[in-house]
Ligand binder design. Structure first.
Ligand SMILES: NC(=O)C1=CN([C@@H]2O[C@H](COP(=O)(O)OP(=O)(O)OC[C@H]3O[C@@H](n4cnc5c(N)ncnc54)[C@H](OP(=O)(O)O)[C@@H]3O)[C@@H](O)[C@H]2O)C=CC1
Ligand SMILES: O=C(O)C1=N[C@H](C(=O)O)C[C@H](O)C1
Length: 256
């Protein structure tokens, strides 16, 4: 709840959704409509007027990596908190957003590469495991309508693993490959190989594989349905109101 009305009742959080006709946006619209402490004030998709969002307290963005920065600039300029699931956040983009937020220190923006609880836990488990194994690789598997590869989750996971290994003073894992067809060893993300699979029937899945002396460890998460992301999105909407500045990752909100 955002505050008290004149008669002493708590007022619901006013939420606007960007990308509202997409796979995720439509699910967010349903989740907000079903939340007792929220009210949906705007549902905006490609070609719609974003002015409808200005009555919101919080905007939720599930659009496209090419659209999200412009949407965020609009949100910050309009004095709206934002919860963002859209992928494509490079360090440069995070720096740009941080600059915009410096002009509006009361505003909060939460960006989460993945809102599913299990995916957030898998990331944390991978971070803990990283320093105990010689090598790590990530395999992400998604539906074939996905625009970006590797997934934002896999990219973030690889970077977190790389950072944990560097902090532990570890060298890159041994790999004798000298002859390689392009892409056969996946994308190199901060020294960690990331492999992307795209198939109809899949939703969102990730395996983090570690190898060491005589053993492997596999951490796997499966989103079997897009409702898996909704508790995290609603949690983010509630949390962002009291978290000024940029928060990156739902793990921060869950206090893991
Ligand atoms: N963080 C997380 O937990 C999750 C993140 N994602 C990410 O969310 C994003 C969206 O995924 P998904 O819902 O599957 O994609 P969809 O393509 O199904 O939905 C995106 C929607 O946004 C619309 N859109 C595009 N540009 C704009 C704009 N400028 N303003 C308003 N609406 C716009 C699209 O319209 P049109 O098609 O006409 O362009 C479309 O309706 C992706 O980056 C994906 O990786 C997905 C799942 C979970
Ligand atoms: O596009 C998707 O579907 C998903 N996108 C996010 C990502 O790229 O990590 C989150 C989840 O994997 C689903």
């Amino acid at each position: 709840m955002t505050g008290m009305s004149d008669n002493g009742e708590e007022t619901p959080i006013k939420v606007g959704v960007l990308g509202s006709r997409g796979r995720m946006g439509a699910e967010v619209v349903r989740a907000v409509e079903g939340a007792a402490d929220m009210t949906l004030v705007a549902a905006v998709d490609s070609g719609d007027d974003r002015a409808a969002l200005t009555s919101a307290d919080v905007v939720v963005d599930f659009t496209h990596p090419d659209a999200v920065m412009d949407n965020l600039r609009f949100a910050v300029e309009s004095g709206l908190h934002a919860v963002v699931g859209t992928t494509g956040f490079t360090e440069e983009r995070v720096g740009t957003l941080t600059g915009w937020l410096a002009e509006k220190p009361e505003l909060g923006v939460l960006i989460a590469p993945n809102f599913a609880l299990g995916a957030v836990l898998a990331l944390r488990f991978a971070q803990q495991a990283a320093r105990f194994y010689d090598s790590a690789e990530v395999v992400e598997l998604h539906h074939n309508r996905k625009a970006d590869a590797p997934s934002g989750t896999a990219e973030h996971t690889a970077r977190v693993i790389a950072r944990a290994r560097a902090e532990a003073g570890m060298e890159p894992g041994e790999d004798a490959t000298t002859s390689e067809r392009d892409g056969a060893r996946g994308a190199d993300v901060a020294g960690v190989r990331v492999h992307s699979v795209r198939l109809p029937g899949l939703v969102a899945h990730e395996e983090i594989l570690f190898g060491g002396q005589g053993e492997t460890l596999t951490i796997r998460h499966d989103s079997l349905d897009r409702t898996s992301f909704m508790p995290g999105v609603l949690l983010g909407v509630r949390a962002v109101l009291t978290r000024p500045g940029l928060t990156f990752g739902l793990d921060r909100v869950l206090d893991l």
